[in-house]
Write a protein that binds this ligand. Structure first.
Ligand SMILES: Nc1ncnc2c1ncn2[C@@H]1O[C@H](COP(=O)(O)OP(=O)(O)O)[C@@H](O)[C@H]1O
Ligand SMILES: [Mg+2]
Length: 409
């Protein structure tokens, strides 16, 4: 990948990233007077499982239809595996497996007949492929079953099987887990992981935050047609954490708006603010303020490629919930009477409230993960046996609450 020939490896900042498998740039679309997509930009790297998350009406399906060559965007560009979807849609269709939301299946044929039919339609040369797909999707045992008699989860796996027949590099799945029962969801999740191990890149959408989040290597959050954040979950969390830290010291930008060109993916505009660039001052109202999520954190791996669009309308682009950013809760379980632990923590520095719920001490605090460590240390030093420490929300839920405003179009 790197152009370095032989000698010492290039410095970290110069190591080339692999070309993104999906590249979305400044995608905008309207239906009538409704701005459905507004300047959406992000990348999905090879081998990733990218979760595109947003409430109903956010514009997920519209984005996906552009990727799947079914809708020509009014502005912007989408490339799949280096091919522009509007310039060579036929080539793009060969490289993608697209599963629409609420797709139906032909009911009155068997599972094998269904797959053989589509193998023919896709001009897949060998029917061995059908066997391989039956095995991969674990549908071999029921290959002679009539599709109509299958559960929703099985039908969903059959749909996934259908889009794998031509061995596409990229899977584009619109709400693949919606309406599935927990077991079927777990099965889809396992299948996605297996497909990842086979080298596929997956883009999936969901309006339920936690539905498939545990398999996603990166996420993008879409709200009212705008991408509010994108990148690997760990990196976004780290950038938010750094932002909280900076804010605690009084120098985080209080806005959540990015200057044009403020993220690496937009290299053709102003020079990008790279990982090594200094954190800008980002004073209130500073037109050059850089999105804190982009600037405050560690070097991006495959992200950040999202640029939350600056809203010319004004404060709507302000960073939501800043005042609550550092107020968090952790559940602490201790050996013996929780009252003792509660007593030791009550009124301590940075502790906002203490409650005992179902035998656990719920500690409200201001700060970041360092504070959790301090709380545990404080208890342990005073002879309390700490047996469990559980931050109130998982990382993704916290990110979601911090970067979105809860608006639905
Ligand atoms: N063909 C269409 N004509 C008019 N409006 C549409 C059309 N498709 C989608 N919309 C509108 O665009 C918005 C985004 O829709 P969609 O992309 O389906 O969102 P999501 O998949 O996130 O639920 C919604 O307000 C929807 O009503
Ligand atoms: Mg949709």
């Amino acid at each position: 990948m790197s152009a370095a020939s032989g000698g010492a490896p290039p410095p970290a900042a110069q190591i080339e990233r692999p070309a993104p498998t999906i590249r979305v740039r400044h995608l905008s679309h309207r239906f009538g007077s409704l701005d459905v997509l507004r300047d959406v930009t992000f990348d999905v790297g090879p081998g990733e499982i990218f979760g595109f998350i947003g409430p109903n009406g956010a514009g997920k399906t519209t984005t996906i239809r552009v990727m799947a060559t079914l809708l020509e965007p009014m502005a912007g560009r989408v490339e799949i595996d280096g091919v522009d979807v509007t310039i060579d849609p036929a080539a793009v269709r060969r490289s993608i497996g697209y599963m629409p939301d609420h797709a139906g299946v032909y009911d009155r044929i068997t599972v094998r007949e269904y797959l053989e039919f589509f193998a023919d339609a896709f001009r897949v040369p060998s029917l061995d492929v059908v066997d391989a797909v039956l095995e991969l999707t674990d549908l071999g045992k029921i290959q002679d079953r009539i599709v109509a008699t299958m559960s929703k989860g099985m039908k969903q796996r059959l749909q996934l099987g259908r889009i794998l027949l031509h061995d596409p590099k990229v899977l584009i799945l619109d709400e693949p887990a919606s309406d599935l029962d927990p077991r079927a969801r777990i099965e889809i999740r396992d299948l996605l992981l297996e497909l990842r191990s086979l080298g596929k890149t997956t883009f999936l959408s969901s309006h339920i935050l936690t539905e498939l989040s545990d398999v996603c290597t990166s996420i993008g959050i879409l709200e009212k047609g705008r991408l509010v954040v994108a990148g690997p979950i760990g990196e976004i969390a780290a950038r938010l954490e750094a932002l909280r830290g900076a804010q605690a010291h009084g120098h985080a930008p209080p806005r959540y708006a990015a200057a044009p060109g403020a993220y690496p993916a937009q290299a053709h505009h102003a020079p990008p603010v790279g990982p090594g660039a200094p954190t800008p001052p980002g004073a209130p109202g500073d037109p050059a303020a850089v999105d804190p999520l982009q600037a405050a954190g560690p070097p991006p791996g495959y992200g950040p490629h999202a640029r939350p669009a600056a809203d010319p309308a004004g404060p709507a682009a302000g960073y939501p919930g800043m005042s609550q950013l550092s107020r968090r809760k952790v559940k602490v379980r201790v050996l013996g009477d929780p009252e003792g632990a509660a007593f030791l923590l009550r009124g301590g520095p940075g502790i906002t409230d203490i409650e005992i719920v179902a035998g656990a001490v719920h500690v409200g605090y201001m700060g970041n993960d360092v504070k959790i460590a301090e709380i545990v240390q404080h208890l342990v030093q005073r002879g309390i046996g700490v047996i469990g420490v559980e931050p109130e929300r998982n990382e993704l839920e916290r990110i979601f609450l911090e970067v979105t405003q809860g608006e639905v179009q």
